[in-house]
Write a protein that binds this ligand. Structure first.
Ligand code: MG
Length: 393
């Protein structure tokens, strides 16, 4: 039996992780659940899974939950301290990091420093602090098992000898605007951007998929997880999302992992690893399916090219790109910037940053904070410009 702390239990991956736990026939058990502020859903999850501990990031949410769960012997904590306490407990075997954004960095480091296995569903953590996180994992000999579907696919296609890998091929659906020229993208609405063709996900990652920043973040994530040069990571558009990614070996053989667009499979693989468990989830049916592949359009979707540049430069720059993107996406979700404004802001913040190469948690968080502040200023200017509220040609 493996004991889990699940960070981000009320989000999309968090809810699907609990579904995997429910189908695990007692092989997985929840020690602690943590979320930002969704009190109602957290109460429901706590009653169903009976964890020892529940953490709400938001103080008022924690207070309300204490009232609602008075009848159960569940300890309720709050804030980042509460989250850290929930990951470092000796009973915990695996920490599932399904938080959205850089907020996952500190608990991930704390978990690794305390010898926990990480099931990583929080790519922003590796983008912001990849070198530090991977060095800590190596030092503590803790596995980081990918939950992101592409990285799970690569992980499943890896053979014994990593030196025989020539490149990894990350597939991308292309998002809702695949095939659109840049001019047409100026008129994109929030509703259109939230409408992903294949995957049902949280709002932040759905917008990242619409700008293709998601794939850019995944390139950096793959660089750290699999210790691959950026030159050996290729992105291929595959609109059907049947092949989740591929590995090409030096003899030209390509291994691919296929599946339905259902996150429960990569989640379960990270939690069942090194074995595979039977489950009742719907199976892939390839009959009648056509699989197609295309080169990504870096002019229409500059996020991907930016992420390669930023990843290659390294230092504090990936943390800055990620932070600016978190702010710009949030502003887009609140209709304060246009779709094209997201990348305009991220590119500007990146270009202004004085990169530091000496990476510790302090200067990663300083760079992250600076980028958030600068991006927020650019959002405010963008809002004042108001032209974005007019219909575009
Ligand atoms: Mg992915």
């Amino acid at each position: 039996m493996k004991m889990l702390t699940l960070l981000g239990s009320t989000g999309s991956v968090g809810r699907q992780t609990l579904d995997v736990v429910r189908h695990s026939e007692g092989r997985l058990k929840i020690y602690a659940l943590a979320a930002a502020k969704s009190v109602e859903l957290m109460e429901e999850q706590a009653r169903l899974f009976r964890p020892a501990k529940v953490v709400m990031m938001d103080e008022a949410a924690a207070r309300e939950l204490r009232g609602r769960l008075r009848d159960l012997p569940i300890k309720i904590e709050q804030g980042m301290d509460g989250i850290i306490n929930a990951v470092i407990e000796p009973q915990v075997d695996i920490v599932v990091t399904a938080l959205s954004g850089r907020i996952g960095l500190e608990p991930t480091l704390a978990a690794l420093e305390n010898g926990k296995t990480i099931a990583l569903a929080n790519k922003e953590t590796l983008v912001a602090g990849g070198e530090l996180v991977m060095a800590t994992a190596r030092k503590m000999q803790c596995p980081i098992l990918p939950v992101d579907s592409e990285h799970s696919a690569i992980f499943q296609c890896l053979e014994e000898n990593p030196e025989t890998i020539e490149k990894i091929i990350l597939t991308a659906s292309g998002g809702p605007f695949f095939g659109w020229p840049r001019e047409k993208l100026a008129g994109v609405t929030l509703q259109e951007a939230l409408n992903h063709p294949n995957w049902d996900m949280g709002a932040k990652i759905t917008i990242d998929s619409a700008t293709m920043m998601n794939k850019g973040l995944e390139v950096i994530e793959a660089h750290h997880l699999f210790n691959m040069d950026y030159d050996d990571i290729e992105v291929l558009i595959h609109p059907q999302s049947v092949i989740h990614s591929m590995v090409e070996y030096r003899d030209g053989s390509v291994l691919a992992q296929l599946g339905r667009p259902d996150m429960r499979l990569p989640i379960q693989y990270a939690l069942s690893y090194p074995t595979r468990w039977k489950n009742p989830f719907e199976r892939l049916d390839l009959r009648g399916k056509t699989l197609t592949f295309h080169e990504p359009d870096l002019v229409a979707f500059p996020a991907l090219a930016l992420a390669y540049r930023v990843g290659r430069r390294g230092g504090t720059l990936p943390a800055v790109m990620n932070a600016a993107n978190e702010i710009a996406v949030s502003a887009f979700l609140h209709k304060k910037v246009s779709y094209l404004g997201i990348m305009e802001i991220v590119e500007k913040v990146c270009s202004e940053h004085q990169v530091l190469d000496n990476l510790d948690l302090g200067n990663i968080l300083d760079a992250d904070n600076w980028a958030r502040g600068r991006a927020a200023e650019l959002v405010a200017k963008f809002d004042a410009r108001s032209s974005m509220h007019e219909p575009r040609a």
